[in-house]
Ligand binder design. Structure first.
Ligand code: RIB
Length: 311
C-alpha cells in the first residue's frame, strides 16, 4: 500500500436521505406500519466524497445545495468530514435534493430521488472550479446532476490530463456515450450496461462484448459491478475479475458509492486500478454491515481493522 495522500474532486449531487426500515412495501391503497426511520446525509456525489475523505484523501466538492434548512446542514456535514466546500453553493428559491429510501429486513434497498437543487449544477459551476479540479488526481461524477455538466466535466478533465470516473447511476437512457470521449473509467452495473450499450448482459461473454462496445466508442476502461458476484475490470486487452467480499448485509444503501469512493481513494494514492477496485470492494462490504448511508462509512483506522479480519 502507498502512503501518498491523493486529491479527489467530486462533481455531483447531495441529498437528504429519509430512510424507512420496512418489513414489506405497502400495496397500492394500503397502509402498513414500519419498524424504524432515520434521516441522514446522502446523495451519490456527497457519499463518494465522504467515503474518500474518511479514508484520508484530500477532497474538493462541486455541488449545489437547497435554499432551505437542509442546505446549511449539507455544507456543515461536508466540513465536518474534512471536505473543501469552496465550490458548494446554494440555489436561491430551490429545495434541497431528497431521497426517500426503503430498506427491507434482508438489507436490500429501494430509492426514490427528488433532485431539487442538484438539477441546477451547471457547466458554469465546473468552469468556476476548474483551477481546483485541474489539480486533482481523480475526478468523480454520477448522474444525479444535468448530463451537460457531466459531459463538460469529462472534457475539462481530459484537457488537464486528470483521471475521471463516471458512475452512470441512476441509469439514464439519454446519456450520450459520444459525449464521454476521454473518460478514463465507466462503472455501470449489469442493467445500466445493458441500457447504455443496447446489448444483453446475461452472461460473462455478453458483459465482455457490451463493455468492449463502449470502449470502441471512446471510453477508456469499464468496471462492471455485479453485486454479490464482485466486479470485472474490462480493458481493450484484458478482463480482470474483482472478487466479492462476503459479509452479512444489514443495510446496502450507499454501498455502490462506498465502492467508488474507496476505489478513487486508493487509485489516487497510487495503487494500480485492479488493486484499488479490490480495496473499494472491501470498503463497500464493510459499509453494508452497518445501518445508514454516509453513517455506515468507515474511517481509515476502522477499515484497516476490517481488512485484518477479512484477509
Ligand atoms: O447511492 C445511494 C444514494 O442514492 C442515497 O444516498 C440517495 O441519496 C441516492 O442518491
Amino acid at each position: 500500500m502507498t502512503g501518498r495522500k491523493g486529491r479527489i474532486g467530486v462533481v455531483g449531487s447531495n441529498m437528504i436521505d429519509l430512510i424507512t426500515y420496512i418489513d414489506r412495501m405497502p400495496r397500492p391503497g394500503e397502509t402498513v406500519e414500519a419498524p424504524d426511520f432515520e434521516i441522514g446525509f446522502g446523495g451519490k456525489g456527497a457519499n463518494q466524497a465522504v467515503a474518500a475523505s474518511r479514508l484520508g484523501s484530500e477532497v474538493v466538492m462541486v455541488t449545489r445545495v437547497g435554499d432551505d434548512l437542509f442546505g446549511p446542514q449539507q455544507v456543515e456535514n461536508f466540513r465536518a468530514n474534512g471536505i473543501d466546500t469552496t465550490h458548494v453553493r446554494p440555489v436561491p428559491g430551490k429545495a434541497s435534493g431528497v431521497a426517500p429510501i426503503f430498506v427491507e429486513a434482508s438489507g436490500e434497498n429501494s430509492i426514490l430521488i427528488v433532485k431539487g437543487a442538484n438539477a441546477a449544477l451547471m457547466p458554469a459551476d465546473v468552469d468556476a472550479a476548474e483551477a481546483d479540479l485541474a489539480r486533482c488526481d481523480v475526478i468523480l461524477m454520477q448522474l444525479e446532476v444535468p448530463l451537460e455538466t457531466v459531459y463538460h466535466t469529462v472534457a475539462m478533465a481530459a484537457r488537464h490530463g486528470v483521471t475521471t470516473v463516471l458512475n452512470p447511476a441512476p441509469a439514464d437512457r439519454a446519456l450520450d456515450i459520444g459525449g464521454l470521449a476521454g473518460l478514463t473509467f465507466f462503472t455501470p452495473n449489469e442493467s445500466e450496461l445493458a441500457l447504455l450499450s443496447g446489448m444483453p448482459t446475461e452472461t460473462d461473454a455478453h458483459i465482455l462484448t457490451a463493455a468492449r462496445s463502449l470502449i470502441e466508442r471512446g471510453i477508456g476502461q469499464v468496471v462492471v459491478t455485479l453485486g454479490g458476484r464482485g466486479a470485472r475490470l474490462v480493458t481493450r486487452e484484458a478482463v480482470t475479475p474483482i472478487a466479492p467480499v462476503q459479509v452479512t448485509p444489514v443495510d446496502t444503501t450507499g454501498a455502490g458509492d462506498a465502492f467508488i469512493g474507496g476505489f478513487a481513494h486508493f487509485l489516487a494514492a497510487g495503487l494500480p486500478a485492479a488493486e484499488a477496485l479490490g480495496q473499494g470492494a472491501r470498503y463497500a462490504a464493510q459499509s453494508i454491515t452497518r445501518r445508514g448511508t454516509q453513517k455506515s462509512y468507515a474511517t481509515a483506522d476502522e477499515f484497516a481493522g476490517f481488512c485484518e479480519a477479512h484477509k
